[in-house]
Design a binder for this molecule. Structure first.
Ligand code: NVA
Length: 320
């Protein structure tokens, strides 16, 4: 029991970035994801119901729907908090907000701007904090993506050694999470991006170190075709992440050569699968032909948000 009266049965852990899970823990969470996909009501760590605060400082559709559905299916109550009303860090400090929340809820799910905001929440809250997207990372999405690759490749054991190419904005939260999460799963991760939109070097270094432990690898390439060549999994994402809307016009030209189209897909492995975290902009980062084509597994990927997030909540509350 925690001081809050909730029923976490394991040491306090958070999921703030993809490498917060060790390679073995990631396998456990992905196995649990598959179990929960097969039997949605098989785990009830939030029975009570215990509340989970689900806070949004940025727009959402999939994340709100999947966390609300997931918390309910785990036996809990999802308390959606509108970040515009709460104004965490403006009306009241992150630390004070964390104290208040941590006394009442069993976990905090937060979509916010700077990663440091999430870290500050985690330092004080006393309950697990889960990253529902920051400017730097989107680990719940990449967890779902890894679950989707496993689903289409014959299980979690098949992940190691797969080559995943992400083409587009290499400096985005998705690219960073593919680097860290992919390396943790033993994938060969290629980031194809314009040089001025390359990953954060510190995150690249962390991913390189993680890949050395798992037999995976991470590579940054400035040529789309080289990145896609022979890839087993191909991924892209918007060129204009939330918060970058003012840069939309100047972001177009550098990214056009990195568009995922049929010519690009012809370079990937013949049975390559296509991932996109959504929302997608057909005709921008991906053509409709590819997004809606036979190699696309985007609806499985979107559904897997639900199962993967339930798995990570269960892991954080109950351990392996
Ligand atoms: N990179 C995108 C991901 C959206 C789910 C963004 O941050 O807007």
């Amino acid at each position: 029991m925690t001081t809050t009266g909730t029923t976490r049965t394991t040491a306090l852990r958070h999921f703030l970035r993809d490498d917060d899970l060790t390679p073995a823990e990631l396998r456990t969470v992905l196995e649990l994801t598959a179990t929960l996909r097969a039997d949605r009501f098989s785990r009830r760590p939030l029975a009570g119901p215990q509340s989970v605060a689900v806070i949004f400082d940025k727009p959402t559709l999939r994340t709100q729907v999947s966390f609300v559905t997931g918390v309910v299916e785990l036996g809990g109550y999802p308390m959606v908090v509108d970040g515009n009303l709460a104004q965490i860090g403006v009306r009241e400090s992150i630390s004070d907000s964390a104290h208040v929340l941590g006394r009442q809820v069993s976990a905090i799910v937060w979509r916010t701007h700077a990663q440091t905001r999430l870290e500050e929440m985690a330092e004080v809250a006393g309950v697990p904090v889960i990253n529902a997207l920051t400017d730097s990372f989107h680990p719940c999405q990449v967890l779902a993506d890894l679950a989707t690759i496993a689903q289409h490749r014959g299980g979690v054991e098949a992940l190691s050694g797969q080559t995943l190419a992400h083409v587009g904005d290499g400096s985005s939260n998705m690219a960073h999470s593919y680097l860290l999460g992919g390396a943790t799963a033993g994938l060969h991760v290629r980031i194809g991006c314009p040089p001025e939109f390359a990953p954060d070097p510190r995150i690249l270094a962390d991913a390189t170190a993680r890949a050395a432990q798992t037999g995976g690898s991470v590579t940054v390439l400035t040529d789309r075709d080289e990145a896609l060549s022979g890839a087993d999994v191909v991924a892209t994402d918007t060129w204009v992440s939330m918060g970058k809307e003012d840069e939309a016009a100047q972001r177009e030209a550098p990214f056009v050569p990195f568009r995922l189209d049929a010519d690009g897909m012809a370079l990937a492995a013949p049975d390559a699968i296509v991932l996109h975290c959504l929302p997608a902009y057909r005709g921008k980062e991906i053509t409709a032909e590819v997004l809606d084509g036979p190699q696309s597994v985007i609806w499985d990927e979107a559904e897997n948000r639900l199962h993967a997030q339930k798995a990570v909540i269960t892991f954080l509350l109950e351990g392996a």
